[in-house]
Write a protein that binds this ligand. Structure first.
Ligand code: B12
Ligand code: SF4
Length: 465
């Protein structure tokens, strides 16, 4: 059967490569003889006609849509338009369907919802649609019959060692130059209050170990395959916490250096770094480590966000990374419910001390069923309906607009160096860049380039590009 996956990669996201979750489902389907395609939507202002035309080019028999909470409204809009014009079965999956499956099945355009991991359930569903069988009970697949929602229990978690490697060809043209984004495992042992991790771990309780990692052997095999088929510029290990197991890193570091030897970056956490771990990463070829520091205010970080490490520990971790001549990337959250000018100034001051190679600023997105999300509801900052969790700019809602924008602008200015490096490629633009920067600051430039990309580039793309 022909299956198209619709994924969202909105303009402005730093990442635009492979979605490894969909790539793995695709690999499972292909192994069973089905055909798979991916269609990427890059803007909320996408062109509906273009979406339908692109889909008709493929003429799918099943459509799968993958979504996170903040994009669930968009996913429902796409489902409605596609259902009307193509009339094929539509299934939605992703982290938000684990949180609130009913919300999707309330829409008449959605036939099935995958709750939890999708590899085996999607295969069983596609097989049963192909065989024109009455929808039998498939664990993880909820559906509607005669207007009623039929719920199914969650199945045991996958043994990730047994899954096929992600199907990179769904996202990348063979032979092209790529940064390969992948995961070596899932989950994180910490429970920060703003993060979905605790909810996800609890949702799967009793169904196997949620925090899992592929063996170094399996990861190296996957990367070998990628190396054989693509020109690899670098690798991004997008695991939540790449540095959580030193034994794993010891084996990985040696094999990676010998068999892959491509520069990579990864995510870590301040209190998991040690000189030994950093030496292993450096030896393997790591050039940048990314850490969420969230706030410069220790009280906010430790009490509100549940990240129990101090500014001193952050600066120490940064020093260790720099000693190994690796780059430091940090992310901060602005517009938290506790935010005020003082807190944002502390964040700015800490960032200046860190002097990172990259700063990622995220406006706080209250996630459903997280401790901090619930706190925001209790405080009346958000409406209860989970789909309204789209409102990212909490600070704007609770009257901190000026401080919020000022902080965002100051922090964005710290990223000048990076932007300057990109701009060097387009030398003719440099005078305009510096004049605009002089009058308005980097913040406006960022917004302007986002607007250009949002309106002038192709917003619906049939992959691989
Ligand atoms: C890797 C990752 C990314 C990568 C994704 C690309 C990649 N290379 O894989 C990048 C960095 C791009 C990214 C971006 C974002 N992410 Co992210 N990401 C993750 C992370 C760490 C792992 C995702 C993953 O693969 N998990 C493992 C697989 C097995 O689980 P899964 O993703 O849920 O997919 C399974 C099922 O849901 C289901 N499924 C999923 N889609 C579909 C579709 C169909 C049709 C079917 C049948 C099944 C199905 O089957 C999949 C395989 O079993 C998770 C954390 C986590 N624990 O999941 C956060 C996480 C999913 N991300 C999150 C967020 C908030 C984002 C961003 C919105 C951040 C931002 N502000 O930009 C964007 C959204 C991007 C987008 N368009 O979806 C949140 C989502 C919270 C929520 N309630 O929405 C999470 C949970 C992080 C967290 N701890 O809070 N992310
Ligand atoms: S350390 Fe990162 S991934 Fe782990 S719970 Fe905290 S925010 Fe989530």
């Amino acid at each position: 059967m022909k299956v198209v996956f619709i994924i969202f990669n909105l303009v402005g996201y730093k990442f635009s490569g492979m979605h490894s979750n969909i790539a793995t489902i695709s690999a499972v389907l292909k192994k069973a003889g089905h055909e798979t395609f991916a269609l990427k939507i890059r803007s909320k202002n996408y062109n509906k006609k273009e979406l339908i035309t692109k889909l008709k080019e493929v003429n799918p028999e099943v459509i799968g849509i993958s979504t996170v909470s903040s994009l669930s409204k968009l996913a429902l809009k796409v489902a409605a338009q596609v259902k009307k014009k193509l009339g094929v079965p539509i299934i939605i999956g992703g982290v938000h369907t684990l949180i609130a499956p009913e919300e999707f099945l309330q829409s008449s355009s959605v036939d099935y919802v995958c709750v939890g991991e999708g590899e085996k359930p999607m295969l069983e569903l596609v097989n049963s649609i192909e065989a024109k069988k009455q929808d039998g009970p498939i664990k993880n697949i909820w559906l509607k019959r005669e207007g009623k929602i039929i719920r199914q229990p969650l199945r045991k978690l996958n043994n990730i060692e047994e899954l096929p490697h992600p199907d990179a060809s769904l996202f990348h043209k063979k032979g092209s130059r790529i940064t390969y984004e992948t995961l070596t495992g899932f989950g994180c042992p910490f429970n920060c209050t703003f993060c979905q991790n605790e909810f996800i771990k609890n949702a799967y309780s009793g169904l196997g170990k949620y925090i899992r990692r592929k063996s170094p052997k399996k990861v190296i095999e996957e990367l070998q395959q990628i190396k054989n088929n693509y020109k690899l510029s670098s690798i991004a290990f997008v695991d939540e916490l790449f540095t959580q197991n030193i034994k794993w890193l010891e084996e990985f570091s040696i094999r990676y250096k010998k068999e892959i030897n491509v520069p990579f970056w990864c995510n870590s956490r301040v209190d998991t770094l040690s000189p030994k771990i950093l030496a292993l990463l450096k030896n393997a070829g790591c050039f940048r480590i990314f850490m969420g520091i969230e706030s410069g205010d220790e009280n906010t970080r430790e009490k509100l966000l549940g990240k129990k490490f101090s500014n001193k520990e952050i600066l120490n971790a940064v020093k260790l990374i720099k000693n190994e001549k690796m780059e430091v990337g940090v992310s901060v959250i602005i517009g938290l419910p506790s935010s005020n000018k003082k807190e944002m100034d502390l964040t700015y001051k800490l960032l200046k001390k860190i002097n990172p190679d990259e700063v990622s600023t995220n406006s706080y997105l209250p996630l459903p069923k997280t401790k901090l999300g619930n706190y925001c509801i209790k405080k009346g900052y958000l409406k209860k309906n989970i789909l309204t969790f789209q409102t990212t700019k909490m600070a704007l809602d609770i009257g901190k607009e000026r401080d919020f924008i000022k902080a965002q602008r100051k922090i964005t200015n710290l990223n000048t160096y990076k932007r300057y490096k990109t701009l060097k490629k387009y030398k003719a633009l440099l005078p305009i860049y510096f004049i605009t920067k002089f009058f308005f600051g980097d913040h406006k430039i960022g917004k302007f380039s986002l607007w250009i990309r949002n309106h002038l580039s192709r917003n619906v793309v049939l992959l691989p590009e």
